[in-house]
Structures are given as C-alpha cells and as structure tokens.
Ligand binder design. Structure first.
Ligand SMILES: O=C(O)C(=O)C[C@]1(C(=O)O)C=C[C@@H](O)C=C1
Length: 371
C-alpha cells in the first residue's frame, strides 16, 4: 500500500489528457441525466394528476430495445440494458419510491433478480419465504413481489406455481439471471466440512459437484442460500452454497467458484403486483401472456386445448403441468403464450381456449425480458 513516503509515479501526459476528456464527457453526461430526471419528474406530476401508476414495464422495455438498436458501439449492446435500467430506476425513484418484496435476507439470488429488474433505486422488502413475498404484496406493504418460477437445471419452482393458482396478484414482468453457485466458508479449504447449507434448489443444482468433492458432507437444506451463508459464518464446520455477494456480506472465503453442474444455469423470476393497484402492462410489441388452465379428464382434451392456438397462429413458449391434488390424476397446465390480449388473434385464441377449459386463469401479460 502507498504511504506518505512512497513516491507516486507521474501520470503520463497522454493519460492525463484522455482523463481530462473523460471528466468533461462525464460532466456533460451528468447534465444530460439531470435533464432526463427533470423530464421524469414532469411525467411523474402528470401521472399524479391523472392518478395513474409510475412504473411502466412496457415503456422501459421499449426504451431499452430502442437504444440497443441505435447503439453504434464501441459500447457493447449487452451493456445498454443494465446501464439504462439503473438510469430509469433513479428517474422512477424521483417520481415515487418503489417497494419490492423478495426472498431475503440480503445477498439472495432473488434480491439480485429484483435489483436487476428494477435497478438499485428501490426500497427493499426482504421476506422469509415465497408465501410472505406474496402476502406483503397483497397487503400493500410492497408494490411488487419477485419470486423464482423455473430453473434451467432443476425445472419449475413448484411452490411458486402452486401459489399462483389462488393468488389475487398478477404477473406484470419477468426477469432471468445466470445463477453461479459458489462454495463459501470461514476458512479457505475443503477440509473438515461436516455439512453444506443451502436452499434445496441450490443443493440439487450442485449435486454432482458435491458427490465428487464432498461425498461425506451432509447436505443441509435451509430457507435461503444467504441464510446458509449466515450459518456458515457462525460455525467453521459448515460451508454454504451461495453468491459471491452473500459471501462478502457474511465475510466468507470463496473456496470453490462456479460449482453448479450446468455452466449455463439460469433462473427465471416473475414480478407480481396487485391488479387493483397496478394495471396489466400495455402491449410493448414483445409480450408474453401466462395462463393456468385445466381440462376435464377425457380423450382428446389436451388436443382440444391446442387447436385454438394453432388456428390463430399463437406460439406457446412454455407448457408445464402440476397435479391438481384431487386424487383423480387431474392436472393444471401452466402455459405461456407469445403476444398480448390487445392483439386480436391472441384475444380470439384465448377466448376459444377458455371455452374448452374447466378452469382458466390469466396469470398476467407482460413485456418479455430484455437483456
Ligand atoms: O415514461 C414514463 O412513463 C416515465 O415515467 C419515465 C420512465 C423513464 O425514466 O424513462 C420512468 C418510469 C417508468 O417506468 C417508465 C419510464
């Protein structure tokens, strides 16, 4: 570390000149961002006057899509979405504070997903479990709730899908996250680990790695990966599987990085809101409509469900079944359709689908995730 006696190397004049130019551009950017913030404040006033909601996911998706198309580089196109999400997050916060519930404590992937979707200018409402996330959002203690719905390795998060069946909340957005799991511990070695604490999904996603590297260690399921990290910070015989953020939060060593069995492990999250307080987002041009339906148990019933979709050219990007718990081998089908009910062919297909279903619930319509 440099101290008062260490001479600092002189800055070469070329570097100094470039840095001065960067300072000048940053000054201009700040001015422009404040100009943008003023406009957002004016939009906020207008919305207050009209009594309409501040957060408009379809508009944010369109802003990002538009800028990605305009980007001529050298800034990478993938950099556009995270930068503008933060800018819009800061502008949005000037209009009104946005409270977001998710599975806590600090450092969970759910928190990362919430921050990735809304940006960091939000009021965080960490919850003990998924039920609580929905409760807080229904009760109005949070404006939005974020819950995981499926993982590319492990499949659906059954608790979330079951909760969707009866919740009064609607899905207003989706976001997905590349999930990298790390083995974290108080000391920097694999020696003497008696138990590995993590959320059951994380334990399952690292099954092979654990069998190879820690075959003797107990796999201890806990409420969240961050809770596992907290426990590991209290007991040297425990290790946790969690994000690096959770590791730094609890002062743990990164013993083995990226231990998930699938390198492309992704988790998709749904963003929920109460329809009385937040209307269904308007069409953005790239939308998804999520439904849950059931049909009576008879030959050809499943085929009949698919006919209206084919007839009106509506693509289905997801089809998931869950037992209806009636003991009759009946199922609920979770379906994602491409499109928005404001598009006539989608509305027509949904109307005909509803007619052949014993149970039909629209979970929500929302802009597709933009990266
Ligand atoms: O266009 C709006 O409705 C705004 O409120 C502005 C803005 C933005 O910063 O661009 C902010 C919040 C909304 O979610 C969408 C966009």
């Amino acid at each position: 570390m440099a101290d008062s006696t260490t001479p600092t190397a002189p800055v070469p004049p070329e570097l100094l000149a470039l840095r001065q130019q960067i300072d000048s551009v940053d000054g201009q950017l700040l001015q422009l961002l404040n100009q943008r913030a003023q406009l957002a404040l004016a939009v906020g006033e207008l919305k207050k006057h009209e009594g309409s909601v501040v957060f408009r996911p379809e508009r944010e998706a369109q802003v990002i899509d538009g800028l990605k198309l305009k980007n001529s580089g050298p800034l990478q196109t993938e950099s556009v979405a995270p930068i503008w999400r933060e800018i819009m997050s800061a502008c949005r916060a000037l209009e009104t504070p946005i409270r977001v519930a998710y599975l806590g404590p600090a450092g969970t992937f759910s928190e990362e997903a919430a921050l990735g979707y809304f940006g960091s200018s939000i009021v965080r409402v960490p919850c003990a479990n998924f039920d609580e996330v929905l409760h807080q959002t229904i009760a109005g203690a949070a404006d939005f709730g974020v819950v995981p719905v499926e993982n590319s390795t492990e499949g659906v998060v059954t608790r979330s899908l079951d909760l969707f069946l009866s919740t009064p909340l609607s899905i207003i957005g989706e976001t997905s996250l590349v999930v990298r799991h790390n083995l974290l511990r108080k000391s920097n070695s694999l020696e003497g680990i008696e138990a590995v604490c993590a959320h059951p999904q994380a334990l399952a996603q690292c099954h092979q790695w654990l069998s190879t590297h820690l075959p003797q260690a107990e796999r201890r399921p806990v409420a969240s990966n961050a809770e596992g990290a907290r426990l590991a910070s209290l007991d040297p015989k425990l290790a946790a599987i969690a994000s690096q953020r959770a590791g730094s939060e609890f002062g743990l060593h990164l013993v083995s990085p990226a231990i998930q069995d699938d390198a492309h492990n992704r988790t998709r999250f749904a963003v929920l809101a109460h329809p009385d307080r937040h209307p269904q987002p308007a069409a953005s041009g790239h939308d998804c409509t999520s439904l849950v339906v059931s049909v009576t148990n008879r030959p050809g019933a499943l085929h009949d469900m698919l006919v209206p979709l084919k007839a009106h050219g509506v693509s289905m990007s997801r089809f998931e079944s869950r037992p209806a718990r009636s003991g009759q081998w009946e199922y609920y089908f979770y379906i994602d359709l491409q499109g928005h009910p404001d598009e006539p062919h989608v509305a027509q297909a949904m109307q005909e689908l509803r007619a052949v279903c014993a149970f039909f619930k629209v979970l929500g319509t929302y802009p597709l995730d933009v990266h």
